[in-house]
Design a protein around this ligand. Structure first.
Ligand SMILES: Cc1ncc(COP(=O)(O)O)c(C=O)c1O
Length: 500
């Protein structure tokens, strides 16, 4: 039955989906036997297939009825999840409807295993076959004449790609280079600036407690090697943007001018996937003469990005997470007046280009850079879906409505709000007595232990929320998902938490 519910937002107009199907799904026979409610339920379900507004009204009514009913806990939960799903999909029918463009049929354009539901696009991305084919074509081309490639062609191709990326991100192409991933770009910047002898040696660095672990580890190394001083501003949850901006500003303001030289912030935090006010943070840094770096590992493709508007001195963004390129491709932006201080992670300087910055970053030794070369194919893929705005509207809608399905089913709340989430939603899990039970859930989901057959992975983590250690799940929405994926996750988690 669940399979037939693809795009239940279209329930009102789907002639295939009858009241009887829904009745059976909810266990109508069971209702009749135990409660004599068959007529009422069939009537209710008939109204479901008649009219969207009526669906909302009656599903809400039915939810209240269910809460008061004497059904078994499991039946109640199953019905609540299903009805919540209907409410959410029907509320969102105008934007969250996959239509003919998005949703499960699009899976055939990716390489996802048939039994795998990817609700974790945020961690590693997923590449469409057309984009991977573009990369493969470059690999074949390079092998045909590697001398021609490495000695001449590569630098021209990179030049064109940097210009394409600069247009996409609204940045000056002289400031854009490709790097393998955010970790590479961030390491290059941190280890160039904080090397114990530069002008930053005697100045402090400011980061937030939510910085990605790799950033913290790199800074810990620089603290150990060069006694670089790092100050961490604590971010508390529930998240409060004004409080965060005030905390950062008050740290700068309460120290003598020139105490801080450099600050690093995530644009979208890894967990929870909250969008931070990158532009405002950069403005505060500039006010206090601090060089600002933004870690936008999750940003290109997930939310609209305009580098000129943000105005950071340095910005790093992965393309392999939300921009559909093969793994191993990211962009590094460094403003022209900052470039003289920044060196690549690997010093080779054997590249070609108009500036030392380009020469350094374009060649870090013999390597496979074909993931970068697939960027135009990735852009084409996005265009084929109606362009970035259409893609972001759909994936954002999934996060918002999917979050509602999960939080209602789990009787909890979402950490992220519509305004500060992109395509990832962080939902509070039902809190078990035993934390180990939740920590093993992601693996159990990946092993397909749930009886609805869902095989997925969802990062689950514990953070202080209102001062209490609280478990959350980060769930990503992508063009190949629809709301039934969230519904199945809601059910699977409830079931597995009940079965240690
Ligand atoms: C905020 C943030 N920064 C950096 C990274 C590292 O990205 P990569 O593994 O592609 O280097 C991640 C990865 O998820 C991230 O979430």
């Amino acid at each position: 039955m669940a399979g037939r519910l693809v795009g239940v937002g279209r329930v009102a107009s789907d002639p295939e989906l009858g009241a009887r199907d829904l009745f059976d799904f909810l266990g109508g026979g069971h209702l009749k036997k135990r409660h004599g409610k068959k007529t009422h339920t069939l009537f209710f379900l008939e109204t479901l297939v008649l009219q969207k507004k009526k669906i909302l009204h009656d599903a809400r009514f039915e939810l209240n009825e269910l809460a008061a009913s004497r059904f078994s806990k499991e039946r109640k939960m199953k019905s609540v999840i299903f009805l919540t799903f209907l409410v959410a999909t029907c509320s969102a029918v105008s934007t969250c409807d996959p239509g003919n463009t998005f949703g499960h049929p699009l899976r055939s354009q990716f390489l996802l295993a048939a039994n795998y539901t990817n609700l974790n696009h945020g961690s590693y991305g997923a590449v469409p076959s057309s984009v991977l084919q573009a990369k493969e074509a470059w690999l074949v081309h390079i092998e045909a004449n590697s001398d021609m490639w490495f000695r001449y062609e590569m630098f021209h191709v990179l030049d064109t790609l940097e210009k394409t990326a600069a247009t996409f991100l609204n940045a000056d192409h002289k400031s854009i280079v490709f790097v393998r991933n955010a970790s590479n770009g961030l390491n290059a910047v941190l280890r160039s600036l904080l090397n114990g002898v530069s002008g930053f040696a005697k100045k402090k660095v400011l980061i937030l407690s939510e910085a990605y672990q790799m950033v913290k580890n790199c800074l810990a190394f620089l603290e150990m090697e060069f006694s670089q001083q790092v100050v961490t501003v604590n971010v508390t949850y529930p998240y409060d943007e004004t409080a965060l901006l005030n905390s950062v500003e008050s740290v700068f303001a309460s120290n003598p001018a020139g105490t801080f030289g450099f600050a690093s912030f995530s644009h979208i935090v890894s967990v929870p996937g909250i969008i931070l006010p990158a532009k405002k943070l950069v403005q505060i840094c500039k006010q206090y003469g601090v060089l600002a770096m933004i870690d936008g590992a999750h940003v290109p493709g997930q939310i609209a990005l305009d580098l000129t508007d943000i105005g950071a001195h340095i910005y790093i963004g992965n393309l392999h997470k939300w921009m559909y390129t093969p793994k191993g491709s990211a962009i590094l932006y460094v403003s022209e007046d900052t470039q003289s201080m920044i060196y690549p992670s690997v010093i080779s300087e054997e590249g070609q280009g108009p500036s030392r910055f380009k020469i350094g970053f374009r060649y870090e030794g013999t390597d496979d850079v074909t993931s970068y070369m697939a960027f135009p194919a990735a852009l084409q893929f996005v265009t084929s879906l109606g362009g970035p705005t259409a893609v972001m509207a759909y994936t954002h809608c999934l996060a918002v409505q999917g979050g509602q399905i999960l939080s209602t089913a789990w009787n909890t709340t979402t950490m992220t709000t519509e305004a500060n989430m992109g395509a990832m939603v962080d939902v509070m899990l039902p809190q078990p007595q035993n934390g180990t039970l939740i920590s093993t859930l992601p693996t159990r989901l990946l092993q397909g232990e749930a009886s609805n057959g869902l095989v997925t992975y969802v990062p689950m983590y514990s953070v202080p929320y209102n001062g209490q250690a609280t478990w959350f799940a980060r769930v990503s929405g992508q063009v190949y998902n629809d709301l039934t994926d969230y519904q199945r996750l809601a059910e699977a988690v409830v079931e597995l938490l009940g079965k240690p």
